[in-house]
Design a protein around this ligand. Structure first.
Ligand code: ADP
Length: 408
């Protein structure tokens, strides 16, 4: 299959842009890249196409310039996207609020609604919108689809989605638990069921998405029943730079006693906490290097990370009652055998038994790392959010009525 029918997937962050040109049916990746430090004096672009990787530093003042630059690289590699017969541009959008619960064909009212929801995701939705506008300008003939990170968790049971605060205030300000990383949790849980040779509806599973951001979900027969991220991606597991769960009283204390303002607290909790706050490094490999060098702060950071993760695994075992699979995914989950072993250590009495040799084997394929006798299958399933976004985007273009937006 050629480039025709492929999807350009765009994931625009506040100062970064990830893109991938992918064939949704077979998953062939024709080109992909990452632009970082958009808007600074020098941005960097790393682009891969046809087996060759190029890195360059250049001035890219905004996302429009970044997308233009990326498209230029794709064209230099021999693909003119404007005439390639793309099926769609698929945009990752972080927050769909209560309005969007399925991939949605982008139209003007969709843009204004994503904009309105920005109050719930001030770090993310505005950047996503810049990406949407820039791509529409450069590829006006290609339909654009927004795929929401919250969508999969739209149907969370009310008991799991509701914060115990004044209900009228919560309703007025859309305060509830939305969940994030939904595209990954859905893709990985479907792959896990396939791997087990069982119907999606038939499997109860815990998915642990452990990347820079990290989240856990409990999925019962294909329906998410709980997830660790909440109204924002700050809740839940310890992450690279985010706290995960803290006592909300800590925020008041930071303000009243430490004298920090709201924006400073926002930056502290989102960007200077988690592993970075505890030991200075947010990258898991760098933390591991520090531990190997005897750094006690890094050792504690790791222990806090594992402690929180085990707490969620324990909670979800009870939430689900019967668990068929626990699946690790994303950078840390797919690559750190030590973390996987520590997360599930000494749980044989719960039917969870990791096989040390299987766990240590490296592979890019979905695999089982539990013993044959383990009642709960422990799996490693590589996530592929770009492919999942591409597939959802073409499904919407083929059948726009599957869009899940509310009426304008
Ligand atoms: P995101 O997509 O959220 O930016 P990733 O899923 O790529 O993040 O995960 C990034 C994390 O995975 C980093 O903390 C990185 O250190 C970790 N990681 C990548 N490879 C390995 C490895 N071989 N061993 C341990 N951690 C790894």
């Amino acid at each position: 299959m050629g480039v025709a029918g492929s999807v350009l997937v765009i994931n625009a962050g506040s100062s970064s842009l990830k893109y991938q040109l992918v064939q949704p049916a077979g998953g062939e990746v024709w080109a992909e890249g990452l632009v970082e430090r958009i808007g600074e004096e020098l941005s960097t672009i790393t682009h891969e196409q046809g087996g060759a990787e190029t890195t360059a530093e250049l001035a890219l003042p905004d996302h429009q310039a970044a997308i233009e630059c990326a498209l230029g690289y794709v064209a230099d590699g021999g693909i003119d996207l404007a005439s390639a017969g793309l099926a769609a541009v698929g945009h990752r959008v972080v927050h769909g609020g209560r309005s969007f619960y399925a991939p949605t064909l982008i139209a003007p009212f969709v843009i204004s609604e994503i904009d309105r929801i920005s109050t719930l995701a001030p770090l993310h939705n505005p950047a996503n919108l810049v990406g949407i506008r820039a791509a529409a300008e450069l590829l006006p003939e290609v339909p654009s689809v927004a795929v929401f990170d919250t969508a999969f968790f739209h149907g969370l049971p009310e008991a799991a989605a509701t914060y115990a605060i004044d209900r009228e205030l919560a309703a007025e300000h859309a305060i509830r638990r939305y969940g994030f990383h939904g595209t990954s949790h859905e893709y990985v849980s479907q792959r896990a069921a396939d791997f087990l040779g069982r119907g999606y509806d038939d499997v109860n599973q815990i998915v642990l998405h452990l990347g820079n951001g990290a989240s856990a979900s409990a999925i019962s027969g294909g329906r998410p029943v709980d997830t660790s991220m909440g109204m924002t991606p700050l809740e839940g597991l310890v992450m690279g730079t985010r706290t995960g769960d803290v006592d909300p009283g800590l925020v008041l204390h930071l303000n009243r006693v430490a004298g920090l303002g709201v924006d400073e607290i926002d930056t502290l909790l989102n960007k200077r906490s988690g592993l970075r706050g505890l030991c200075g490094e947010n990258d898991f490999r760098a933390v591991a290097d520090l531990i190997a060098a005897g750094d006690e702060h890094a050792a504690l950071a790791y222990d806090v990370y594992v402690h929180r993760l085990r707490r969620y695994i324990g909670a979800y075992l009870i939430t689900l009652g019967r668990v068929d699979a626990i699946t690790f995914t994303a950078g840390i989950g797919e690559n750190s055998a030590k973390l996987r072993a520590d997360a599930l250590r000494d749980l044989q009495r719960y039917g969870i038994d990791v096989d040390d040799d299987r766990n240590l084997m490296r592979s890019k394929q979905a695999r089982r790392i539990s013993t044959d006798d383990s009642a709960v299958a422990v799996l490693v399933v590589p996530t592929n959010e770009e492919l999942a976004i591409a597939r959802q985007a073409v499904a919407v273009v083929a059948r726009p009525d599957v869009s899940g937006e509310t009426a304008p």
